[in-house]
Design a protein around this ligand. Structure first.
Ligand SMILES: Cc1cc2nc3c(=O)[nH]c(=O)nc-3n(C[C@H](O)[C@H](O)[C@H](O)COP(=O)(O)OP(=O)(O)OC[C@H]3O[C@@H](n4cnc5c(N)ncnc54)[C@H](O)[C@@H]3O)c2cc1C
Length: 290
């Protein structure tokens, strides 16, 4: 199908883009277009105006400062995946980005666009939740920073107001001595996750988990922290019994209904297995970094 008719503006500055977006209640931001253009073609979205932000130089680039990896709005998935400074500062990010769609889509799609699109099965929102990052938005009433756990509201819904542009995402660097892991189950390589789990683990000198964070995608209407599983593992030596109990606790947080890809019961089993494997893998990496 062809997209519905829309007007198009391609501002050169953020200020112009904010004015354009605020000028029409049915306007939408166009970034990499990898989710929005299919939505237009399927007539799932019909904005009267598209504000294309890809020519705005101040929205391009990646920097690292004060323990944060700052990813500006027009940074493509592939740029973040391949950035050597990011790989050093937080290897979880590159490992996870490799699971986002296929390379041609990662060449066009943006990291911040994925956060704004907020698909409950997407990998980048999981990373932001897992690391405790944030999204900075700017609109007619100014700039504000929204913490990851407040940003994602529901499938395809965020705390960004309609007249705000997300200008950057902030991902914390990996805490010193931490191990990391991410994996997902998909029907085909490059598909959205049936379920995915990420883990960050830090161990004390005795090998007990003194800092552990877990998150999942594909299992609820938004990416979620697996807080019950974290509690069960915290302070333990991450033995078989604890991993099994944590897997079960994580499975109990799966709320996705049966769909054409998987039943709820299947997703529960996948999440339980991924939690056990990701925690073990992250802990093994943490041991080599102590
Ligand atoms: C075949 C295929 C497979 C895919 N597989 C996966 C996958 O496995 N995992 C995955 O995570 N993604 C997947 N995607 C989606 C891809 O990652 C998109 O690039 C991403 O979701 C959106 O980024 P974008 O820059 O293309 O955003 P766009 O498509 O331009 O925009 C998406 C939405 O976000 C809004 N938006 C974008 N940027 C901003 C901003 N700066 N401020 C405010 N609003 C903004 C737009 O208005 C729109 O509502 C797939 C896409 C395709 C086509």
């Amino acid at each position: 199908m062809k997209p519905p008719l829309f007007r198009y503006q391609a501002p050169k500055t953020l200020k112009e883009a904010v004015i354009a977006l605020a000028s029409d209640p049915d306007a939408m931001v166009l970034a990499g277009g990898q989710s929005l253009l299919p939505a237009l073609n399927f007539r799932l979205a019909s904005p009267s105006l598209l504000v294309d932000i890809q020519h705005i130089d101040e929205l391009k680039g990646i920097s690292i400062a004060h323990g944060q990896i700052i990813v500006k709005a027009m940074t493509r998935h592939r740029e973040l995946e391949l950035d050597e400074r990011v790989r050093q500062a937080n290897p979880l990010i590159a490992e996870t980005m490799a699971h986002v769609a296929h390379i041609p889509i990662r060449n066009r799609g943006t990291v911040v666009g994925s956060l704004c699109h907020a698909d409950g099965a997407a990998e980048v929102p999981l990373v932001l939740i897992l690391l405790g990052g944030s999204v900075v938005v700017e609109g007619p009433s100014g700039r504000r920073e929204i913490e990851a756990d407040k940003f994602f509201r529901f499938h395809l819904s965020t705390a960004r107001r309609r007249d705000e542009i997300a200008v950057e995402a902030r991902f914390p660097v990996l805490p010193a001595g931490s191990g990391w892991a991410f994996d997902e189950l998909t029907r085909r390589h490059g598909d959205y996750a049936i379920a995915g789990v990420g883990a960050v683990v830090r161990l004390d000198a005795g090998g007990h988990a003194n800092d552990i964070r877990l998150a999942a995608c594909g299992v609820a209407s938004r990416p979620i922290r697996l807080l019950e599983a974290e509690k069960l593992l915290s302070g333990t030596a991450l033995g078989e019994a604890e991993l099994k109990a944590a897997g079960k606790a994580a499975a109990d947080l799966v709320s996705a209904p049966d769909d054409m890809h998987a039943t709820n019961a299947y997703r529960r089993r996948v999440v339980a297995a991924l939690v056990r494997r990701m925690v073990a893998k992250a802990a093994a990496r943490a041991r080599t970094r102590q």
